[in-house]
Design a protein around this ligand. Structure first.
Ligand SMILES: [Zn+2]
Length: 479
């Protein structure tokens, strides 16, 4: 069996003014893809995996049209060269926005379908924060999405989609996809699978997987910071029996709809100044404060200095801010050198509207892995240590700190640009606070500009009637 593998994986806030380019993507091509840890599951008896191109970027603003076209063209060229194939597996996120284009994944997947023809099977894996469309569903045969947020089942999910595809190709099965949209858009921070009610809704999926005629049951929260018509929560069920899959999709959709008013943010949450008051009174450490409106892993720009500004105003001592994306500040620190003092402007280097702070800083440490975009500097301003990075990036793994000689557990206050904390940071937080800060992934959902989403949509429209209705993929309903 010949099964091709590729895809594109990113999440884009349509509120961000900072476009992604092709340079923002880490691209795996050919053999590189097969060697990557994320694709270590691509083995099965009698299967020849055909690696194409997989592009992945830290979430951010919309992808520039030329950047997208370059990646798509190369992916499609490689797909054409791999023909004939029995199946195609695509590892997607699902919430990509391409500047000037709606439903970017629909564009990518239908272009792939046009090349492979109607006989080959297409399987996709998605992040549960992806936005599905009828166009996506119509082009695929198999769908699997993450069941955890924070995401700790990424590779398992990819392997689920892959295994279903391998089995279907091997046995000549023809699975199909049923989906049921739910007009609800909530942020990941309110729908973490660590907390009720999402924990219970996701736990119920494995029971549905086991029913006759069902292969894989999914609940998609969707991506709320996309003001485009396709944005929605939904249930997506892969199965062999249309009726069983349709019933399951409606049941999952109804469970989410019925719970819509019960979702809450897990940690203590509030305006920045209130959170800093709590942090100031705390006798345990490290207090970990999430600067949620500027979280780069949710699509935030990651260049804002609001929390730094607030800490300076309080003359705060013993805090670590990791980090702020500011290429000019990093370049200036490298020009100065370790141990030097210099005047810096920090913040707003990418989104000028977000403001900056003027400081006199001491350069504590420089980190130069090679490429200028990878450089980082650790600086100190009074009692505040700040990591500035040349590119937009999170500091959510302990290794990010160790590399810079920093110990987050020793700090009185650690500030990270994050929504819910990562699996490595959450266990050390004493306590975890989430500040409702400004930014392009602002948690004040009801106040987001809502010009292109389908209405009515909860919570933009707080009260309306809804009954879930399943739609089958065209490939399934017409076969
Ligand atoms: Zn996600």
């Amino acid at each position: 069996m010949r099964i091709a593998v590729g895809g594109i994986h990113t999440e884009c806030s349509t509120y961000s003014p900072v476009l992604m380019t092709v340079d923002d993507f880490r691209v795996l091509r050919g053999e590189e893809l097969l060697r990557a840890n994320a694709f270590s599951f691509l083995e099965a008896d009698g299967v020849e995996p055909l690696p194409l191109l997989h592009a992945r970027a830290v979430p951010g603003g919309p992808v520039s049209q030329p950047g997208y076209e370059v990646l798509k063209r190369e992916f499609l060229d490689r797909l054409r060269s791999a023909l004939p194939i029995d199946g195609l597996y695509l590892a997607m996120h699902g919430a990509m926005k391409v500047d000037g284009m709606d439903d970017a994944e629909g564009d990518w997947i239908t272009a792939a379908r046009a090349i492979v023809g109607s006989n080959s099977l297409i399987a996709v894996s998605y992040d549960l924060h992806g936005n599905v469309s009828q166009r996506v569903i119509d082009a695929i045969d198999i769908f699997a999405a993450y069941r955890t947020a924070p995401h700790v089942d990424t590779v398992e999910t990819m392997a689920r989609a892959w295994s279903m595809l391998v089995e279907a190709c091997g046995k000549g099965m023809r699975p199909g996809v049923a989906w049921a949209p739910v007009p609800v858009l909530l942020p990941g921070e309110r729908t973490s699978t660590e907390d009720a009610p999402a924990a219970n809704l996701y736990r119920a999926l494995s029971e549905i997987d086991g029913r006759p005629g069902i292969l894989d049951a999914n609940l998609m929260v969707g991506y709320v910071w996309a003001d485009e018509p396709r944005a929605t929560a939904c249930a997506v069920v892969t199965g062999l029996d249309r009726l069983a899959a349709s019933k399951a999709a409606e049941e999952i959709a109804a469970s989410y709809w019925n719970a819509r008013k019960k979702f809450r943010i897990g940690p203590v949450t509030g305006p920045l100044e209130d959170m800093l008051d709590i942090a100031e009174r705390s006798t345990t450490r490290p207090v970990i404060l999430a600067d949620s409106g500027d979280n780069p892993t949710g699509g935030g720009v990651g260049d804002r200095a609001d929390v730094l500004n607030a800490l300076l105003a309080r003359d705060w001592s013993d805090a670590l801010i990791a980090g702020i994306a500011d290429r000019p500040a990093v370049d200036a620190c490298f020009a100065a050198g370790e141990g030097d003092r210099l005047n810096l402007s920090i913040g707003g280097s990418l989104d000028r509207s977000s403001g900056c702070v003027a400081v006199t800083a001491e350069v504590v440490r420089l980190d130069n892995p090679g490429a200028p975009a990878e450089r980082q500097a650790v600086i100190r301003v009074g009692g505040i240590t700040i990591v500035v990075a040349a590119r937009r990036r999170p500091y959510h793994a302990m290794e990010d700190f160790r590399r810079l000689g920093l110990d987050p557990e020793a700090m009185r206050l650690l500030v990270v640009k994050s929504g819910y904390l990562s699996p490595e940071l959450a266990p050390i937080a004493r306590p975890n606070l989430m500040a409702l800060t400004d930014g392009v992934v602002n948690q004040d959902i009801a106040a987001l500009a809502c010009e292109r989403r389908r209405r009515p949509m909860f919570p933009f429209d707080p009260d309306f009637e809804f009954v879930p209705r399943t739609r089958l993929s065209r490939r399934w309903s017409e076969s």
